[in-house]
Design a protein around this ligand. Structure first.
Ligand code: GLN
Length: 239
């Protein structure tokens, strides 16, 4: 069966493995779930989640453990499915701008610049319903948990993209609309990109693992299964 890792340097690791287990059961598929702290553990994985937490800390720990380069290879050379939530999304961005501090090491993979801490500090955390069309048109909105969340500020053209003949587009998978009260047409609309995908890389600003809604985990595991089938790997699932 396929091995799905959760990067376990820091942050919301157990919450993800918990929801992955439920999602796998829902799909009737077998996965080995591993917490990843070493390059050896990473090498065993067919797919990886980078959880929420604190991206600067995560990058420092990853550097110290010699995991940054293996992570970059996992994402960009091997092209294995990777999903980052919140700080994980920051890690997967090619560029990050912070409200306070500037440069930090990133894994990259998504040709975007994220704005860290878009909505302010911890106490300005909030929950909001978001429409995620990829879950299906008729689906009910997803409860987005935003904790010092980053958003995708801009889709950028990196040198590697510029050199490709047909670069893979960055797909906007979800937006958060904050309805203001200033507009004469009944409210101005502020819109932030809170879910994106490019090739094998998926990122969300919010924390599905802090809800009991398994839909995104189910959706993502299906992508993992599809990718494995394309590579001709043995897959233990009828889905
Ligand atoms: N603010 C954190 C960062 O920039 C992310 C917060 C989170 O993952 N909940 O890394």
């Amino acid at each position: 069966s396929l091995t799905v890792g959760v990067l376990a340097l820091q942050g919301g690791v157990g919450e993800h493995t918990g929801l992955l287990r439920k999602a796998a059961a829902h799909l009737g598929a077998e996965f080995d779930l591993v917490e990843v702290r070493t390059a050896e553990q990473l090498a065993r994985c067919d797919a990886l989640i980078i959880p929420g937490g604190e991206s600067t800390t995560m990058a420092i720990v990853a550097r110290r453990l010699g995991l940054l380069e293996p992570l970059r290879e996992f994402v960009k050379v091997d092209g294995k499915p990777v999903w980052g939530t919140c700080a994980g999304l920051v890690m997967l961005a090619e560029e990050a701008s912070a409200t306070k501090k500037g440069g930090q090491e990133l894994v990259g993979g998504l040709d975007v610049r994220v704005l860290r801490n878009r909505y302010g500090t911890q106490i300005q955390s909030f929950v909001a319903d978001i429409q995620l069309p990829f879950l299906g048109e008729a689906e009910k909105p997803f409860r987005g948990v935003f904790i010092r969340a980053p958003v995708v500020d801009e889709i950028i053209i990196t040198p590697s993209v510029a050199s490709q003949k047909t670069p893979e587009p960055v797909e906007v998978m979800g937006v958060f609309r904050k309805v203001g009260s200033t507009d004469v047409d009944g409210g101005s609309v502020e819109e932030d990109i809170v879910a994106v995908r490019q090739r094998n890389v998926f990122g969300t600003s919010f924390h599905p693992e802090l809800t009991d809604d398994i839909r995104i985990h189910v959706w993502w595991l299906k992508q993992v299964l599809d990718t494995a089938r394309h590579k001709g790997l043995p897959v233990d699932s009828a889905v």
